[in-house]
Write a protein that binds this ligand. Structure first.
Ligand code: HEC
Length: 121
């Protein structure tokens, strides 16, 4: 009888320790960092498009959109409607890289807005 009691105590201790250890990691994974990134993705940011353009597009299109490397169209002279600009960025065309695997939807929308705004200059 005593042995059974001892076993019960030991196993509930082990269980308590185990569940403690098991509960800790999920708390650690909810770092504030991921929350910040998630917020940045959903909050409209006027500088986001410019940043992405400089990083991913200026290489072929030039800082002002007029470079036209390898037949890249002059973006300031482009007449594509926004939906097609977004498709062009997602799917690419000819020598243009498809960006759907590289950029998020929010980033693509931001950079599309940015290149469309270039036309006004
Ligand atoms: C590797 C070079 C390259 C990169 C990087 C690149 N493009 Fe292009 N882009 C091209 C080429 C080449 C074309 C012309 C494709 C064709 O019509 O055959 C083009 C066409 C376009 C067009 C269509 C213009 C029109 O009216 O015909 C848009 C809009 C555009 N690019 C936006 C972007 C944006 C935004 C980025 C960055 C996310 C980007 N491009 C990155 C090479 C590039």
């Amino acid at each position: 009888m005593k042995r059974i009691l001892l076993f019960t105590i030991v196993s509930s201790l082990v269980f308590a320790l185990w569940s403690c250890g098991d509960n800790t990691p999920p708390k650690e994974t909810t770092t504030p960092k991921t929350e910040v990134t998630a917020k940045a993705e959903t909050t409209p940011n006027p500088d986001l498009g410019k940043k992405i353009y400089k990083q991913y597009c200026a290489l072929c299109h030039g800082a002002d959109g007029k470079l036209g490397v390898n037949g890249a169209g002059d973006l300031t002279a482009s007449a594509l409607p926004e939906t097609e600009v977004i498709t062009r960025i997602q799917k690419g065309k000819g020598l243009m890289t498809p960006f759907e695997e590289i950029l998020s939807e929010t980033q693509i929308k931001a950079v599309a807005d940015y290149v469309i705004a270039m036309r006004g200059e």
